[in-house]
Design a protein around this ligand. Structure first.
Ligand code: PDD
Length: 291
C-alpha cells in the first residue's frame, strides 16, 4: 500500500509530499512535533499528546493550525489511508513559510504536516526481555528541553554515537554528572528498596507521556517515586535502570558504558512496569503485541 502524508489540508503520496524551502521549520527548526502510537486505529494517550502539542505551540507563539478534535480526526484518517493497524503518527507544526529573517514573520500561516509510519512493537517485547545498553554522552542541548521542538541535532548526534558503540540509547550527562534523559526517551533508576527515581519535569527534560503514564500506573501499584535529579554514579549503583517512550514503552537498561547495571539483566521492577504498561495499552486500544 503506498504511503500517504498530510500536508496543509491535503492527503498526498509520501514521495511527493513537500513544503517550500523557506518554511521556517527547514530554515530555523522553528517548529514543534508530536509522536503518538495508533494501535487498532486508536491513538494511545491522545488527550495527553494533544495537550502537550498545544502547550508547545502556546510557549512558542505559533498559532494552532486546528483544534485537538480536528487534529485527531486528520490523524486517524491518515492512519486509515496508510492501512497500518499499528503505526506511529508524526505531527509537525512550524511557524510557516516566509522570507528568511529571524524575527517572527508578520503574516505566516503555520505549516501542519503528518505522517503515519507502520510500527511493530513486537521487537520491543524481545528488547524488554533482553534489556538494552546505554552510552553516556555530554548534555549539549539548549535551555528549553521541555519543548518538543524539531531542533534535535544534539539528540541525533548522541543517538548516532550510541548506535556506533552498539548501544540502543544515549543518556545525556551534565558537567556535574546529572543524568537528564535519553536522546529520545526518559531515564529512570530503581533504588535497592524499589523506589523509582527520574529527573523532575523541569526545563531540562521532555515531559514524556509514557513517563507520566508509567508514574500513574506505578503509584496505583503502590510503588514510591522520587522526581529528583540523579547522577551517573548513583545510576551505576542502582538496582535497576530503564527507559520510557512512546515507541519503547519500558525497556530495562542492562549496561551503561559497558558496565553492567543490577544483575546485568532486566530487573523485576522494570519487567513489572512493562507488564503494567502493556495492560494499559491493551485497555485503551485493544492491542497487545504477540510475543
Ligand atoms: N521521542 N525525551 C525525549 C528527548 C524524546 O524525544 C522523547 C520522545 C521522550 C519520551 O516522550 P514520550 O513518552 O512522550 O514519547 C523523552 C519521540 C518518540 C521521538 O522523538 O520520536
Amino acid at each position: 500500500m503506498p504511503r500517504i502524508a498530510y500536508v496543509d489540508g491535503a492527503y498526498v503520496p509520501l514521495a511527493e509530499a513537500a513544503v517550500p524551502i523557506e518554511d521556517r521549520g527547514f530554515q530555523f527548526a522553528d517548529g514543534i512535533y508530536e509522536v503518538a502510537a495508533s494501535l487498532n486505529g486508536r491513538l494511545f494517550d491522545w488527550p495527553a499528546h494533544a495537550a502537550r502539542l498545544r502547550r508547545n505551540l502556546a510557549e512558542l507563539s505559533i498559532a494552532e493550525p486546528m483544534g485537538p478534535k480536528a487534529l485527531e480526526l486528520v490523524g486517524r484518517t491518515l492512519v486509515r489511508k496508510n492501512g497500518a493497524a499499528q503505526a506511529l503518527l508524526y505531527i509537525q507544526v512550524t511557524r510557516g513559510n516566509a522570507r528568511r529573517d529571524h524575527p517572527f514573520p508578520a503574516a505566516a500561516r503555520p505549516t501542519l504536516v503528518m505522517t503515519a509510519r507502520p510500527f511493530d512493537y513486537a521487537p520491543r517485547l524481545r528488547q524488554q526481555a533482553t534489556g538494552i545498553k546505554v552510552l553516556t554522552q555530554p548534555e549539549q542541548r539548549w535551555g528549553r528541553c521541555d519543548l518538543k521542538t524539531t531542533g534535535l541535532l544534539a539528540n541525533v548526534l548522541a543517538k548516532q554515537a550510541a548506535r556506533q558503540a552498539g548501544a540502543f540509547e544515549a543518556w545525556m550527562i551534565e558537567p556535574d554528572g546529572t543524568v537528564t534523559e535519553g536522546a529520545s526517551t526518559n531515564a529512570w533508576i530503581v533504588q535497592p528498596d524499589g523506589t523509582l527515581v527520574t529527573h523532575p519535569a523541569d526545563r531540562k527534560i521532555l515531559p514524556g507521556i509514557m513517563r507520566d503514564t508509567l508514574m500513574r500506573l506505578a503509584r496505583g501499584a503502590g510503588m514510591k517515586i522520587e522526581e529528583r535529579p540523579f547522577d551517573l554514579a548513583e545510576a551505576e549503583r542502582a538496582a535497576e535502570a530503564f527507559i520510557t517512550s512512546t515507541s519503547a514503552p519500558c525497556l530495562g537498561v542492562v549496561a551503561i558504558d559497558g558496565r553492567p547495571i543490577g544483575g546485568g539483566t532486566p530487573g523485576p521492577v522494570s519487567r513489572r512496569l512493562g507488564a503494567l504498561l502493556w495492560d494499559e495499552i491493551e485497555r485503551q486500544t485493544g492491542y497487545r503485541p504477540a510475543g
